[in-house]
Design a protein around this ligand. Sequence first.
Ligand code: MG
Length: 388
Amino acid sequence: MKITSVSPLPVTVELGREPMSFCFLRIETDEGLVGYGEACDSFGASYAGVIGEIVSQVLAPLLIGRDLVAAEPLAEHLRLSTRRRLGDKGVAAQARSAVEIALQDLVAQAVGRSVSAHLGQVRDRVRIYASSTFLDEGPAGFHADLLAPLLERGVRLAKVRIGPEWQQDLRTLTELRGLLPDDVELMIDGSDTFTLATSMPIAARLGELGVRWFEEPIPQANRAAIAALSARSAVPIAYGEHLYGREDFLDALTHDGISVVQPDAATAGGIGESRAIAGLATYYGARVVPHVCAGPIALAANVALAATVPTINLIEYPLFLAPAWEALGAGDQFGIRAIEDGALPVPSGPGLGVRLADDVATRHPYRLPGARIAGTVGGVLDRFVGDR
Ligand SMILES: [Mg+2]
């Protein structure tokens, strides 16, 4: 089976909350098979056109005409061929992830099996946690109402986001804790916001509230501060959606002391790379909970990751993206109605088990983000500036 075309499909989907862009990828073969991939920048793919240019200008010429037998050797060929000039992190890793996922889709389709079955499926359902919005977007009741449809589907873990107004956010969180059933566990996402000095009292309060992890409390590059917090925090510290490849994760496990790792198959280098990362994390005694925050192909890839790694028993489910998955035709597989007993079924159809409509790019034309900063609804433009 030879690769005949590699095409990026950047799209922008109008959602009630804010427009979100996604970067899909379509690979065709001489046997008539079509595989889909997707790249995630941690929040859809805000600069999907940029990733698409990397695919078209850099990766496609390295793929077209090549024999496709297995996904991982080709993905590694792309990394080794480009790392010294393009780099192997950031958008370069995101673009390679999209390719690897599409290759996994094709290889599994070629043998008539699902990606999960082909890689060694260990579970038929993947437990999810509800990933919700910033605490400053409303009072505790607003957040409880957002989570309610998922709790009704049996979901028993939920994550909310804390920002620069962290003292008020902690009061809202305390009230939310009181509104939710006792058997619902909470996690907190800090979005790379805080200094060490601010992270410490937040972590202490989260410990008192029984929060399961504090995610990205400190900007990724402040390595010494992350290590200091990890050593002293009452709650486990989680990172991963901005880490690329097993070297990055090994570094974070060794030097930063993180205890929850969150690889995303659409970011870290693909399904195979993320499976390798999960193996490393298990060796370090860390919990592995894949990050998910993009379109249905990225979600399907992370479901396949969780379905094939015994130590992954939970993935993220960003509830505000469920309307996007519906709009893109994956509502039956991944919409809220597909959740049963707090888990999603692992698709059993050939390949990833999720397809995109042929006209997805014309139906949802890509729009440049301009000055819009994704994830800053409500005019809080300094949300990611932090507490400096
Ligand atoms: Mg996060």
